[in-house]
Design a protein around this ligand. Sequence first.
Ligand code: CMP
Length: 141
Amino acid sequence: MAGNITFSIIKPDAVANGHAGKILDHIIQAGYKVRALRLIHMTQGMAEGFYAVHRERPFFKDLVSYMCSGPCMPLVLEKADAVAGFRTLIGATDPAKADEGTIRKLYAQSIEANAVHGSDSDENALREARYFFAEIEEVRG
Ligand code: CMP
């Protein structure tokens, strides 16, 4: 059964451009409950750890440097079938390919500076949520 927790980051481009409030409202209006939220400026080590699965990809170094370029907003979100529903809400990784009305279509700048992250599985949602909110014991899915 699909879990009810997903993890997101409102990324540095969206925070720097003043879109964080509008994106958060978009998420809440879509029925997600915000279970945890913080504003942080990631260190290189944090970004490398978070995206470790992509470390062999050609864009890894630039991705890490972009994610450390300014503050971002990690979020733990709750809704039925959270992971799949949230990926539909944010749209394709590349905003040029994202559907109309999705968060990336509305706010993203490029495939790298794509405004938001959304977990791709229940297992990753919990792992990612704990990466930023280790103190939250009730994040169990
Ligand atoms: P995200 O959903 O956070 O997961 C991995 C991130 O890597 C992705 O969003 C983009 O920010 C970035 N990314 C994925 N593919 C590419 C690519 N081809 N070129 C540059 N960045 C990418």
